[in-house]
Design a protein around this ligand. Structure first.
Ligand SMILES: [Zn+2]
Length: 251
């Protein structure tokens, strides 16, 4: 797991909570739906539409949807193993995907389910990167990150998930990142990333690419919860007994 600096967390959180400007939102919505061609059942089409509206309730969602719309290019959304296909310019979403993850929130490890709209946002970020600079997106997709290659398979995934880009941009804030050995790297912070969506929802940030909760982890979590609930119940029962005894004594 990458340990993100407080600088990084502060940037992600403050961006996610920035006030949303709704100027031109009707134009964005009307044109975005003309460019996005959803292929699949009526149920799938309805779901995708609802996810887009949910994304538009968030600060990073408004920016992401607006930027894609400005590119004025068609793209597809299809059902299938979650990924972005550069050749077909298609976003694939799997309705049976494992969305359970572990993460730290207020220092507490929690098991949570990633909302579908955030999975869609992740793939739409790959789409936007491809629309803005296909050559860079493809090259990033084929290159390991300089520092965090144990956690992210390539630069494009690192950027889509964390917003960290190794290309220096004078207009963007710089963030220092450390790996587990203490080795440091400097990255440009691009605001729209999966983590800014997770921050907007108050969910733990994603710290690695492969982070779906395994069955073994889920089982451990369930057992721990049962023990926790079990011991809580014992305490409540003991307290009641104690109170009853006191009540008996008082009368
Ligand atoms: Zn991805």
């Amino acid at each position: 797991m990458v340990v993100f600096s407080t600088d990084y967390q502060r940037l992600v959180n403050s961006y996610a909570r920035e006030e949303i400007s709704r100027d031109g939102i009707e134009w964005t919505i009307a044109n975005f739906f003309k460019l996005m061609i959803v292929v699949g059942s009526e149920n799938f089409k309805g779901n995708v539409r609802n996810w887009v509206f949910k994304l538009l309730e968030t600060r990073p969602g408004v920016e992401l949807i607006h930027k894609i719309t400005l590119c004025r290019e068609w793209f597809f959304v299809r059902e299938g193993h979650c990924h972005f296909d550069y050749g077909e310019r298609s976003v694939f979403i799997d309705l049976r995907v494992n969305r359970e993850r572990f993460g730290f929130k207020n220092w507490e490890k929690i098991l949570f389910e990633v909302p579908f709209e955030i999975i869609l946002a992740h793939e739409l970020i790959h789409l936007l990167d491809a629309l803005l600079n296909l050559e860079k997106a493809l090259s990033d997709f084929q290159t390991s990150p300089d520092l965090l290659s144990r956690f992210f398979p390539n630069k494009e995934e690192l950027k889509a998930i964390t917003g960290l880009d190794s290309v220096y941009d004078p207009l963007l804030p710089l963030v220092e990142v450390k790996d587990e050995t203490g080795k440091k790297g400097i990255y440009s912070f691009t605001a729209v990333s999966e983590n800014s969506f997770l921050a907007a929802y108050g969910l733990p940030l994603r710290t690695k690419y492969d982070d779906a909760a395994t069955d073994e982890e889920k089982e451990t979590e369930r057992r721990l919860k049962q023990i926790h609930v079990g011991s809580l119940l014992t305490i409540i029962v003991e307290n009641c007994k104690h109170r009853r005894q006191k009540a008996v004594l008082a009368h």
